[in-house]
Design a protein around this ligand. Structure first.
Ligand SMILES: C[S@@+](CC[C@H](N)C(=O)[O-])C[C@H]1O[C@@H](n2cnc3c(N)ncnc32)[C@H](O)[C@@H]1O
Length: 376
């Protein structure tokens, strides 16, 4: 079956690599998504184990339309009893970009009518729409004349891992946090530090990567669990196999932050994720943070100025501290504040664009050689 994993802009390659390692076939990167082939086993496994996807859709119908009427007619031809019953509820999420429809909601209403009419004609009864807690979520995607209809197998977005007890003022999306760790290539071999850790998202995602802990461990629900063909035993097998891969990485991950409130939140989240043995959180100004190791990875998510006010010299302090206090380290910094980023005044080895929600960000990599100089 054709599966589509959705992600954030900039993480398509990272997601494609993850999917291949989970067993996906015919993997194809598109804008903010990766298309692949798989069966129910893979669908459950991807939902439970993938770190850089927002949701996974199972596409079951694809057709072209020349008019608004075509949408109804083609939707009516689908054998809806494969996915729905009159006593189940459904909702429709329309994602529409087509000159045939000026309102996104309208094609959703057409699809709803086609589903209701199909059941009324076949069974005399029709399933109801429930927008709050539906059994089945249909994703209606229309791009010009191309229509695809899918079931959303995640429903609750996959960044909602379930470990977050509290959030700070500007938490990074869990998918982006995991994506940056995956992009960095760090797998737990060296020390790892997030010196502006806020609510602790990056250290937690890093610890789960190093420990091979599936990100689904804390989740209570996936959309596929309400599908007609849901196989409880198969999902239990997926969970068992995935959990069996967890290891004790035998390393320490450090998170620190200048804010007392952030430290309290990070500690609560680390405890909730069961990672207190691996992650230590402390209250420190980054300029005072030192390391004893000769190499390691730092991931920094400093204030952007959008949601937290930045002090004028924050980014130049970051550059100076990285250069003087972390020789031998590799640092990755993500920010949307392109102007302030210049004040770091270190030469980036890599620069790439990512999105944190709607915010366009730059991810930069700095290599701090022993005795490196600013602008070397
Ligand atoms: C964008 S937030 C980090 C969000 C975090 N990644 C999360 O998921 O919650 C930036 C953090 O940098 C911290 N910060 C600002 N200046 C700092 C400094 N000089 N030293 C350490 N932390 C600092 C702020 O307190 C804030 O928690």
């Amino acid at each position: 079956m054709k599966l589509i994993a959705k992600t954030l802009y900039g993480l398509e390659k990272t997601l494609a690599d993850e999917l291949i390692s989970l067993g996906a076939k015919a993997v194809q990167q598109v804008n903010r998504a990766v298309i692949f082939e798989g069966n129910n086993y893979l669908l459950y496994k991807v939902n439970y184990c993938v770190r850089s996807a927002m949701s996974v859709l199972m596409q079951f119908s694809e057709f072209r339309i020349r008019s608004v009427d075509d949408l109804y007619k083609s939707s009516f031809k689908i054998n809806w009893s494969d996915y729905l019953d009159p006593d189940r509820t459904f909702s429709i999420v329309p994602v529409v970009s087509s000159p045939m429809f000026s309102h996104t909601g309208y094609p959703g209403l057409i699809l709803k009518d086609a589903v209701a009419d199909w059941f009324r004609q076949k069974t005399g009864k029709r399933p109801s729409v429930d927008t709050k807690d539906p059994d089945i979520v249909l994703n209606l995607h229309i791009s010009n004349d191309q229509v695809t209809i899918s079931l959303d197998s995640s429903v609750i977005p996959l960044y909602k891992r379930g470990y977050r007890k509290e959030q700070g003022s500007a938490p990074i999306n869990e998918i982006l946090a995991a994506g940056i760790v995956l992009i960095s290539g760090w797998k737990g071999e060296t020390s790892f530090l997030d010196p502006m850790c806020g609510s602790g998202t990056i250290p937690i995602e890093a610890a789960m990567i190093a420990s091979h802990i599936p990100p689904g461990r804390f989740r209570k629900f996936y959309g596929f669990q309400r599908w007609k063909d849901y196989n409880e035993n198969l999902f239990a097998q997926v969970k068992k196999e995935s959990e069996a891969k967890a290891i004790n990485p035998g390393i320490k991950i450090s998170g620190s932050d200048i804010s007392d409130a952030a430290v309290l939140i990070a500690v609560a989240n680390v405890e909730s994720a069961g990672l207190s043995d691996i992650i230590s959180i402390s209250r420190d100004d980054f300029k005072d943070v030192r390391t004893l190791d000769s190499e390691g990875v730092i991931i920094l998510n400093p204030p952007y100025g959008e949601r937290i006010k930045t002090t004028d010299d924050l980014y130049s302090m970051i550059g100076t501290s990285l250069k003087h206090n972390f020789p031998g380290y590799t640092a990755w910094l993500i920010t949307s504040d392109k102007e302030s980023l210049k004040q770091v005044a270190l030469k980036p080895a890599i620069k790439t664009t990512l999105f944190n929600g709607a915010l366009e960000c730059i991810l930069v990599k700095y290599e701090m050689y022993q005795g490196s100089k600013k602008n070397k």
